[in-house]
Design a protein around this ligand. Structure first.
Ligand code: PEP
Length: 254
């Protein structure tokens, strides 16, 4: 059976103290209310990864980075490598987020290199894909996602692909307060699972975790997560509020 996963993407938010307070608040609420069999991954800003990881070890959540550079090492001032993150006990990394594609010019060719480096350094990539509004309005959304997944992931071996988490994040839903309907999410998740089945076979497809991201919150998570191909969420804004985040990670039907 596929894992149920909820990951929080804090983006470029919080100071050290705010991050520590929020992590303890989330941990306390999870300990109080439980989290069932949901796997929880929190992705704070990179300077706080070590502190977050120490709290995560004691409170049963994983910690992920929000990005790594597409080179192994070298003269890339200010950048952070997969080797660095992997050597700190960090387990996951978000790759290909639409904000990185839009503001930092990341293409699927670049993201493909990042995926390879992440896997080499034993990080689980959370690979983000999704269409912009104009592409959906032209009914190109399936083609866009097909191309993204194909270019960034489908040259992986079956063994490596099996380690990947996919996050479908329609760009028009990220940070906008507009959420994909459960039917829209299900339709795209089933499409992605079908692509995986065609490429790697039904067994791998049945085990591939596909998260939904885009204005998922404490009110709409339960309905989104009840869709058969939606295995959880990648949560931005609502992951910065402990109460909301813990409600979301407890939104799976028992
Ligand atoms: C995200 O940044 O991955 C995201 C889904 O953001 P939000 O939940 O704020 O739309």
């Amino acid at each position: 059976m596929r894992s149920k996963i909820v990951a929080g993407n804090w983006k470029m938010n919080t100071t050290f103290q705010e991050a520590e307070d929020l992590l303890y608040e989330i941990a306390d609420l999870m300990n109080e209310r439980g989290k069932g069999d949901t796997t929880v991954i929190i992705c704070p800003p990179s300077p706080f990864l070590e502190m977050a990881s120490d709290i995560g070890v004691e409170n049963d959540f994983f910690v992920g980075a929000q990005n790594v550079n597409d080179h192994e090492s070298g003269a890339y001032t200010g950048e952070v490598s997969a080797a660095m993150i992997g050597s700190m006990g960090i387990t996951h990394v978000i790759l290909g987020h639409s904000e990185r594609r839009t503001y930092f010019g990341e293409t699927d060719t670049i993201i493909k290199s990042k995926v390879a480096l992440a896997l080499k350094h034993e990080l689980v990539p959370i690979y983000c894909c999704g269409e912009v509004l104009a592409e959906r309005e032209k009914s190109n959304h399936f083609e866009v996602v097909r191309n993204q997944v194909n270019e960034a992931l489908f040259s992986l071996t079956k063994e490596d692909f099996s380690k990947i988490i996919i996050a479908y994040e329609p760009v028009w839903a990220i940070g906008t307060g507009v959420t994909a309907t459960p039917a829209q999410a299900q339709e795209m998740h089933a499409f992605i699972r079908g692509l995986v089945a065609d490429k790697y076979g039904e067994t791998v497809a049945a085990e591939t975790v596909i998260l939904y991201g885009g204005s998922c919150n404490a009110k709409n998570a339960a309905e989104l997560f009840s869709q058969p191909d939606v295995d959880g969420g990648l949560i931005g804004g609502a992951s910065l509020k402990a109460e909301d985040f813990v409600t979301i990670l407890n939104s799976f039907k028992k």
